[in-house]
Design a protein around this ligand. Structure first.
Ligand code: GLV
Length: 324
């Protein structure tokens, strides 16, 4: 019997083609918008699909599983998988995979460094200044920023992406400290990163704090008012992980009051909504969750998701199965 796959958004063709080459029937949601959960449920139920290739914007929970009992496997096109209820999936013996490629780690790490350097060199404010025709001649004391050479970068989370950020930061001459629930020998050996046993140690000593943890109960609001107060008043916070890791209201207050120096955010607590307060601040740079938006990263994500589906149907354990 032919396997039927539903893909909830247009993704790079390379992944779709891999599935079609296997003779699978692949249907791709065709609208230029995020499908609602109701739409996903209706498609899955009507189409009698065997697997779904889903995005981080799709909430896949008990409602979806119950509406579409034919779907035995969900391949998430993302490194993160907080959009999927793993406990409910396990109860129904449904397989869930993610797509954590090296190219994605490199792209997100590059975006992290881009946000850090853009804050440090005040690129966005300066660009706006020029565009508004305010540049009337060289000024010795305008747009004084921070240099990152010999400054301290503190990573909270040292998985594949954190490791890559450390590697780039080392190239910039930064000292790297990291906290994770487990020690990472590779980051210590390759980048000279120094382990800290608590996030607090990172927050107190870093000039730049960068978050690279998955969103879980234990990391929700990891950065809150108390922890922001531990940071240096000149420090920058970079978040390219998941929005709810930071209490966004607390961050907005900290940025307004000068508790910290600035922030670079690619993700938001109530994405795609962003508080109007944050949007008005000069000391924050905002990008619309584009950390992995490079050609190579997105192609590799499509390949990984497709390969996970193929492995599942060909009786192998997919490489990227995720569990609670
Ligand atoms: C993007 O945020 C991802 O998890 O891949």
């Amino acid at each position: 019997m032919t396997n039927k796959i539903f893909v909830t958004r247009k993704i790079p063709e390379i992944g779709i083609q891999m599935l079609r080459d296997r003779g699978y029937v692949v249907d791709v949601y065709s609208k230029e918008k995020i499908p609602s959960q109701r739409e996903i449920m209706a498609f899955l139920r009507k189409g009698g699909y065997d697997a779904a290739l889903t995005l981080l914007t799709d909430k896949i929970d008990a409602r979806v599983f119950d509406a579409a009992p034919s779907v035995k496997m969900y391949a998430n096109y993302a490194t993160g998988f907080d959009n999927i209820d793993l406990v409910e999936a396990k109860k129904r013996n449904i397989t869930i995979t993610n797509a954590p490629g090296d190219r994605t780690a490199e792209a997100v790490a590059e975006h992290t460094i881009a946000l850090m350097l853009a804050l440090a060199a005040r690129i966005v404010e300066a660009d706006e200044f020029v565009r508004r025709k305010k540049y009337k001649g060289w000024v010795p004391m305008n747009f004084i920023g921070m240099d990152v050479f010999e400054k301290t970068l503190g990573l909270i989370g040292a998985g594949r992406i954190g490791e890559r950020v450390a590697f780039y930061a080392k190239g910039l001459g930064m000292k790297v400290f990291y906290y994770d629930v487990q020690r990472n020998q590779k980051i210590e050996t390759d980048c000279g990163a120094i382990y800290c046993a608590t996030p607090e140690e990172i927050l107190r000593q870093s000039d730049v704090v960068s978050l690279h943890v998955p969103l879980m109960d234990s990391t929700r609001h990891l950065i809150n008012t108390d922890r922001l107060r531990m940071m240096k008043p000149t420090a920058y916070l970079i978040n390219t992980s998941r929005g709810p890791v930071v209490d966004e209201g607390a961050l907005e207050s900290a940025l307004k009051s000068g508790t910290i120096g600035g922030a670079g955010l690619d993700v938001f607590e109530f994405e795609p909504a962003i508080s109007s307060g944050l949007r008005k601040l000069q000391n924050v740079i905002l990008t619309p969750h584009i950390g992995s938006a490079s050609v190579r990263a997105r192609d590799q994500m499509a390949e990984i998701a497709a390969q996970n589906i193929i492995d599942f149907f060909e009786g192998r354990i997919p490489r990227n199965v995720v569990h609670k």
